[in-house]
Ligand binder design. Structure first.
Ligand code: HEC
Length: 138
């Protein structure tokens, strides 16, 4: 009898892949948004203080968060939000790399590229409730 081992290994590999590719739910999304908000707040002092390590770390984190957002919006089939998130991945990557190179003008320009997308997406897809909290507007 042929060993089942390759089949089982294959099945486990596939299920791990599917799990990892699973887009996050709305609670997780909100958590990442709050984290983005915290990062956005410390960007300016970081840049003013020329804190290369912190700004490049935060830029890389924003890049990672937006990668997860791309998958989230793809699953919801919201094309414009996918595009905004993809653009933010690219701009955040530039924030991280130029902070490492201490090219602060480029950091500022790339950060603007990220921040304008925060605003654009919120204007279209975010709604503020009476209690001050936020939710999706789709
Ligand atoms: C492609 C769309 C999109 C982009 C880009 C985006 N957001 Fe959001 N954001 C949302 C939506 C939708 C909500 C409302 C959902 C929620 O809060 O549960 C939200 C909520 C938030 C909240 C409120 C979280 C809460 O519930 O308290 C903050 C803070 C936030 N975003 C910060 C940011 C920052 C900073 C950026 C840019 C670095 C950004 N967002 C980029 C879609 C986006």
């Amino acid at each position: 009898m042929k060993s089942l081992f390759p089949t089982i290994t294959f099945a486990i590999a596939i299920s791990t892949l599917t799990l990892r590719a699973d887009p996050m739910d709305e609670k997780q999304f909100q958590k990442l948004m709050k984290e983005s908000g915290d990062i956005a707040k410390r960007m300016k002092p970081g840049i003013d203080g020329k804190d290369s390590a912190q700004v490049s770390k935060d830029g890389a984190r924003i890049e990672e968060i937006n990668k997860q957002m791309v998958a989230f919006w793809q699953a919801k089939k919201v094309e414009k939000a996918v595009k905004l998130s993809e653009e933010s991945v690219a701009s955040a990557k530039l924030v991280a790399s130029s902070a490492k190179e201490q090219d602060w003008e480029k950091v500022k320009a790339s950060l603007q590229g990220v921040m304008k997308n925060c605003k654009a997406c919120h204007e279209t897809y975010r709604e503020k409730l009476d209690d001050g909290s936020y939710r999706f507007k789709l």
